[in-house]
Design a protein around this ligand. Sequence first.
Ligand code: SF4
Length: 359
Amino acid sequence: MASPFTRHSKRHLHLAPPFLLDDYTPRYLGLSSRDAAKKRSLAYAHLRNCNLCPRLCGVNRYETTGMCLIGDKAKVNVIAPHFGEEPCIQGHNGSGAVFMSGCNMRCIFCQNYDIAHQRNGMDLTPEELGQWYLKLQETGNVHNINIVTPEHVVPQVALSILHAAELGLRVPIIYNTSSYDSLASLELMDGLVDIYLADFKVWKPSTSKRLLKADDYAETAKESIKAMQKQVGDLCFTGDGIAKVGLLVRHLVMPGKEAEGAEIMRFLASEVSTDCFVNIMEQYHPDAHVGKKRRRRRIPSAEGEEKSLNMPEDADEEVRYSDINRSVTSDEISSVRGAAVRAGLWRFCDPPKHDGFAI
Ligand code: SF4
């Protein structure tokens, strides 16, 4: 007779033990004062010589900026309860989102372009940031504090969490990242973060060089996600269906890149955990530089007229990155999902199979 815990029945148990918690206390509340002091001094040291992400700028951020264009103060675009996250993250009350301006990546299809690529927002000290977390908790009654795009402001975020803990913060912290992190950043966040919400975007160096402007993206993301899993483990929930601790990996399926998505799924199953909670996302749409008209380089001719350089006469109709200038197809999505299942993954962020709330 088949065991009640065959893989087939296990598929329906991702909210059951061992992933179900009776109660949860955020990790930052368990830090000793000595460890907190160590983190503070490490955070200030990183700001004075910033090699916090794989761009390795080596700048003093009190005096200048590196590739992320952000100095010693975090620039924050939006702070609000947010209902655009996974059901287990946003719950009924929303996730307390803090959208950081700027980014250490340059994704040409950025789905958050107005925030990540443009330096709009208010400069906040770590203490001011921490006070905002409290407002989200007290006034917004949010389920968590969700730091979106924190990779380039890790010291400021670490200091803000330590400050907020002293003020009375009691909800879990989410580190919502592209996974283009350094191991030094993740070490600084160890003990401060409860949930890593990690993207894994593309697999091949040639693709990441072209689309993310970082040829070492996949290598970096692999090491980062393994380090995150080591810190917090598989995603766990309390009985209300809200995620409290662990790793959740997101993969945005890209047009024509389903084979890379399949590689990412195999990596997660073989090198992270077959119990890894995965959101295979379908909502890719052309944005940022994708689909924009190609710029024509014009040179003056001998007759004094301007002529286009190296472009055919009908080039006005050409657009940039035309290969990804469309939505994804259901075949591409099924292909990545199929690869994930074949690799042994089974905890997916799927829409509910009932009419009620999706938690
Ligand atoms: S966080 Fe910014 S300044 Fe620091 S290494 Fe990365 S891009 Fe450069």
